[in-house]
Design a protein around this ligand. Structure first.
Ligand code: CP
Ligand code: NVA
Length: 304
């Protein structure tokens, strides 16, 4: 069977995505009952991190251990990747020694290049363009709290960034309406928006996006790698904070999500983040573990 990679959500069909979410929910229940699986006994996940991480590292590493396997943390600082060994060579070597690789990097092209030369499945653990693993967890969280996202209204408030791009792909696969509110000049990539057709609308007024929404999500105003833009961005995003006032335009049972880490008082108010009658961010964070275990099981099926 041909090796499958997970570089964006579009590497899955709608049916496969649904199947992974269902399995994630099942794995979560099994874990709460103390039942473990050992599908990954003797298997190793290589984890290449060119950027910081708490959730992604802990969820992948813990997830592998819980399934009987192990994970190897590889930072460019300690490997030849950081000293300029070509991605192609690194991919060929690393993928002969481990069973799966996850990569958190800057340019999406790095992931594509690695995957093109890898013998084993490659998972995007965040690039400048996409964060598909987070969307698995977000979709799982919505399903658990409110059921199927199909036909729902989702509002993305903030930067047209990697998370926003993955929400656009999720709208395509899950068939929900996505309204994106961002400041002028911070829109998502036009091609990614166009590929989603009528389902996705970009506006510049948060209230317009959030009105009647079932699900509201946001993210930091300056992503990793954009630290020098923090001040300019703080000004540009001034009216884009998600708080109780903004949420009052959404449906009365709307949920709030944030991939975390959050900057209280910037993109989200501290009060909203902590209001567990609306904010499901802690379940969302936990679901990274279950969703990625289900993803790894799925990819493993396609490995030689
Ligand atoms: N949401 C997320 O990917 O968190 P980390 O950066 O901590 O991995
Ligand atoms: N957009 C953020 C997501 C962090 C999980 C970043 O890329 O830094």
């Amino acid at each position: 069977m041909a090796t499958r990679h997970f570089l964006t959500l579009m590497d899955l069909s709608s049916e496969e995505l649904k199947q992974i979410i269902e399995r994630a929910i099942e794995l979560k229940t099994l874990r709460s009952q103390g039942i473990t699986t050992d599908l990954f006994r003797g298997k190793v996940l290589g984890m290449i991190f060119e950027k910081s991480s708490t959730r992604t590292r802990v969820s992948f590493e813990a997830g592998m251990a819980q399934m009987g396997g192990s994970a190897l943390f590889l930072s460019p600082r300690d490997t030849q990747l950081g000293r300029g060994e070509p991605i192609e060579d690194s991919a060929r070597v690393i993928s002969r020694m481990v069973d799966m690789v996850m990569i958190r990097t800057f340019g999406h092209k790095t992931l594509e290049l690695f995957a093109a030369h890898s013998r084993v499945p490659v998972i995007n653990a965040l690039s400048d363009s996409y964060h598909p693993c987070q969307l698995l967890a977000d979709i799982q969280t919505f399903v658990e709290h409110r059921g199927s996202p199909s036909g729902k209204v989702v509002a993305w408030v903030g930067d047209g960034n990697n998370m926003c791009h993955s929400y656009i792909n999720a709208a395509r696969l899950c068939d929900f309406e996505l309204r994106i509110a961002c400041p002028q000049g911070y829109e998502p990539d036009a091609e990614i928006v166009a590929a989603a057709g009528d389902r996705v609308k970009v506006v510049h007024n948060p209230v317009e996006a959030v009105r009647t929404a079932d699900w509201v999500s946001t993210d930091v105003w300056a992503s990793m790698g954009q630290e020098t833009e923090q001040q300019v961005r703080t000004k540009a995003f001034d009216n884009f904070q998600v708080n109780h006032e903004l949420m009052s335009y959404a449906k009365s049972n709307a949920v709030f999500m944030h991939c975390l880490p959050a900057h209280r008082g910037e993109e989200v108010s501290a009060e909203l983040l902590e209001d567990e009658s609306i904010s499901v961010v802690w379940d969302e964070a936990e679901n990274r573990l279950h969703a990625q275990k289900a993803l790894m099981e799925f990819l493993q099926e396609y490995s030689a």
